[in-house]
Design a protein around this ligand. Structure first.
Ligand SMILES: [Zn+2]
Length: 326
């Protein structure tokens, strides 16, 4: 007969083994998923580069359009560009398996990119060639592409986002940007709790759209993602604030800053973990107002759904980024 102690030891050993197996399972599947994503991204870049050869439109514009549109849809397709039927088919009466030349006769923009003569809006090569040919009509410079996108989407934020994504993709020659960072670097004191939706004191009846991270004056504030600076300056509520758009149609808003990192300007690319400013207590008055509340970083997150922007709770994201804070 084994003693109670030995029984307990065995049980603990078994428990530890099970935990170890589970942990390595999760670790391995996470790694597998990450690799899968990189493979898929490589596959996409290949396709965009083939389109560049056909149209002379740089690959990163295809990538940027696809990135923007794929953020609007939640499925697992490789290419997500959705061209509305009225644009694709024009006035063509038949809308299925339609020959590209017939569509063109009826003023539609749909083209055949894979050589089967059918212009299929669900076929990635067909949609990419169609978009590329549309862009070509306006020319090949950055400004030309911007103009073309404006004519196509007729929405400033969409055009701006796509142009910014293209800038990132071009600079890093990649479409994979998964690195994240907590806004406050390791080694600094800070505290925060979930204040989403709380009432706030200044500016009438507004609810609190963000998380307040309390820290000392001058504590560095870092970008949480790769992105492009979309806004920088004073606002009577937010004080000195800066806004960064990431490639997931999300806008990161950092307010009440003491000041900005030197040289940082609207249109600049920032990396996850890059210092963009420091904690302060600016705001709640005309430019330069400070000290009306304890120093903290107000961090807000907004999502563009292609029609409007809405704020969502950053707290769970902050918790996650804090756990793998580099
Ligand atoms: Zn706040």
């Amino acid at each position: 007969m084994i003693s109670k102690n030995a029984e307990r030891r065995n049980f603990l050993l078994l428990k530890r083994t099970i935990i170890l197996i589970l942990c390595s399972y999760f670790l391995l599947t996470t790694i597998a998923h990450a690799e899968e994503k990189v493979d898929e991204d490589q596959q996409k870049i290949q396709l965009f580069k083939q389109m560049e050869v056909l149209t002379f439109i740089p690959w990163y514009y295809y990538a940027a359009i696809n990135q923007y549109e794929s953020n609007l849809i939640d499925d697992k397709q490789l290419i997500h560009i959705t061209i509305p039927d009225e644009k694709w088919y024009g006035l063509a009466p038949i809308r299925e398996k339609t020959n590209a030349s017939i569509i063109s006769m009826f003023g539609g923009m749909g083209m055949d990119g894979d050589g089967d003569r059918i212009a299929d809006p669900k076929n990635p090569r067909d949609t990419l060639l169609t978009i590329g040919t549309y862009l070509q009509q306006f020319g090949y410079t950055e400004q030309d592409i911007k103009t073309a996108l404006w004519h196509y989407y007729k929405r400033e934020l969409t055009v701006l986002s796509i142009m910014n994504y293209a800038k990132l993709f071009k600079k890093y020659q990649s479409i994979t940007f998964d690195t994240t960072a907590f806004p406050i670097p390791k080694g600094y004191n800070y505290s925060y709790r979930n204040t989403w939706g709380d009432a706030r004191g200044f500016g009438g009846r507004r609810i609190h759209e963000g998380t307040d991270i309390f820290a000392d004056y001058g504590t560095p504030v870092r970008s949480t993602q790769y992105g492009v600076v979309e806004l920088k300056g004073w606002n009577k509520y937010g004080g000195w604030r800066i806004g960064i758009r990431d490639i997931y149609n999300r806008y990161h808003y950092f307010a009440h800053l003491n000041g900005f990192a030197e040289g940082i300007e609207v249109g600049d690319i920032v990396e996850a973990g890059q210092t963009i400013g420091s904690v302060g207590s600016s705001g709640y008055g005309p430019p330069g107002t400070a000290g009306k509340f304890p120093p903290h970083l107000h961090y807000g997150l907004y999502k563009d759904d292609g029609k409007k922007e809405w704020s969502f709770d950053p707290y769970p994201y902050l918790k996650k980024w804090e756990r793998n804070n580099p």
